[in-house]
Design a protein. Sequence first.
Length: 155
Amino acid sequence: MFWDIPSFLQAHLYAESLLNAYYAVISVWGWWHWSLSEEQEVAIYGFKRADWVKSSVLTMLLLAILYAWLSCLTDSTLPLWDAVVTAFAWVGSLYLVYRKLENWLFLTVSNLVAIPVQWSKGLELTALLSVLFLVMGLMGYFRWRKVLKATQHIT
């Protein structure tokens, strides 16, 4: 989790550096939140229309703030793409805590963008790790969707 922060800083991917610190916090929060459940099986929920609106607004707001910070206050060479990776990952991780199926879609977008960004910065091993995360995210989405369909009869 923290091992790649120096690499991201050296590559001028400052938002991805922050993202890894965020992962530490959100992971503890998620673990705590999930441990509160008295159910043996952890319930999975799908987005309602309002969730799509909230998550879209939150993602765009984070993206705008990160992009402004990266482009105006840092020497970032890829401020837009660094902001995209981070904004989508932040929102996806937040919805993972709440067991929302669609978290995997946000994390997938983040990883799809992260792979070429990291590769272009000479972070080939990190890019390959992002490929693994991409595959895991797609598997997570389809597994969770199957569970959600079985428990809530969605199509």
